[in-house]
Design a protein around this ligand. Sequence first.
Ligand code: F6P
Length: 370
Amino acid sequence: MPSTPIRRIAICTGGGDAPGLNAVIRAVVIAAVNRGWECYGIRDGFNGILFPERYVDGGVLRLTRERVHGIGHLGGTMLGTTNKGNPFHFPTRMPDGSVRDLDRSDEILEYFGKKEIDALVSVGGDGSLTIADALHKKGLRVVGVPKTIDNDLDKTMTTFGFDTAVSFATDCLDRLHSTAESHHRLMVVEVMGRYAGWIALHSGIAGNAHAILLPEIPSDLDIVASHILAREAQGHPYSVVVVAEGAAPRNGHTELLAPAEIGHAERLGGMGEHVAKALQERTGKDARVVVLGHLLRGGSPTAFDRLAALRFGAAAVRALDEGLTGVMVALAFPNVNYIPLEEVAGRMKAVPMDSDTLQTARDLGICLGD
Ligand code: F6P
């Protein structure tokens, strides 16, 4: 483990943005500056290092206490982000027009060496933390901070961004109930959640949905339709159905907007539309679709996410100060702890089938399509 004292650190944010990123940046900068360290922010994942000519400030900016003043409650990330910037698999257009997968990770290490930056705080989801692990294995001092609205990272009780997304989705569901009821309609609400249905499950229960479709439970749309018709027979001729973008019907498939490319995962979307059409056909009821999509990633972080982000950022700096590297800060209620990055990289946390939250949905009579 490297033991030279830290004088200079850098921070980057990668992958899809999430409310709370600015709070992490603020906490990292203040905790570092309070230790007498300098702090630098890399633009757009690692693009600030790989393409300095694209940025008026050279792609890497000095972060002072003043620079992060008043940003903790703001959505997005002041550093920018990208989910097409894996330095180990960088999509690069060749002179002949083809796109090649290049490993540019050495350039990151060279930059840290040349600028005498001792460590990196990498804030991101599964992709970014896998990159962080690989950089650590190449010799960089790295601490990861778990971020994603999807809450699908393993070994942490929650990621920041999730609570904000669930709160917003719940608010939307509250609003959609009255219009669904007034028009005796089906209202199908598609929420983000590629491979895990945490947002759908939590917002669906909190927002009194009548059916929730998750990637973890292949759904039978005949069962969902019967549930809707049974509600109608009981005098409730409307229903609200929450669908995770990554859900798939039994014997069906997920809906894609675009296939995977070099350095970028497939884009999901369209399952809400598919479910609405299928339920309309099966029930004879008028259906409407609302896709919450990127609205879930915007806005100010809730107090819970803000606090989690500030705690994660401060803990990342403490970890570096204590000589730790190759770890991710995790929430292990009531405290934070540190988990080796290699135990997190490439691992996804799906909703467990024995989760009491799932059981709560069943106890409340919410249809899960199974
Ligand atoms: O942040 C994760 C996530 O919200 C997924 O649920 C979603 O599939 C993905 O981001 C979409 O990201 P983008 O549109 O930025 O590629």
